[in-house]
Design a protein around this ligand. Structure first.
Ligand code: HEM
Length: 131
């Protein structure tokens, strides 16, 4: 018998998505690809004017890492506090999630896992979209 996410025999500890992806370095690479895509998108670029990208990437690594099951905690602002001044639209949210999926695809993550990650991010929309 195998469990559905990891394919490891039942009884053995399942690797987290974070471990399956390749840990901290792999997540860092995904975040770099992700921001290249976001900042290359003329519809999204204006949201990031004046933002300290190094700091943002650092937070995003922690945040995505934690969402994938890493043990190192995310200690940044809540999603509402981090985004409420930005008047983010539904459309912009969808595009950002698409770019994250694209970055994960480029990093070699399989479609089912990307679906799981996208599903995990969806509930955040209520806190992030304010326009
Ligand atoms: C998939 C959903 C998203 C997640 C998980 C996410 C996550 C984060 C995190 C962890 C931070 C750092 C918080 C901190 O500094 O304490 C942040 C900041 C930021 N996010 Fe998002 N975000 C998402 C969607 C979006 C969207 C859709 C946009 C714009 C279109 C956006 C634009 C920004 C900007 C501009 C900042 C920097 C704010 C500032 O420092 O003033 N985010 N986000």
């Amino acid at each position: 018998m195998t469990d559905t996410i990891s394919g490891t025999p039942s009884g053995a500890p399942s690797p987290t998505l974070f471990e399956q992806l390749g840990g901290e370095d792999a997540v860092g690479a995904v975040v770099d690809i992700f921001y290249d895509k976001v900042l290359g998108d003329p519809d999204l670029q204006p949201y990031f004017t004046g933002v300290d990208l190094d700091r943002l990437k650092q937070h995003q690594r922690r945040f995505i890492g934690q969402a994938l099951g890493a043990t190192r905690p995310y200690s940044g602002r809540s999603m509402r506090k981090a985004h409420e001044h930005l008047a983010i639209t539904d459309d912009a949210f969808g595009k950002v999630v698409d770019h994250l999926a694209g970055a994960l695809t480029e990093a070699g993550v399989d479609e089912a896992t990307i679906g799981t990650i996208a599903q995990a991010l969806l509930p955040l929309k209520a806190d992030i979209v304010t326009a």
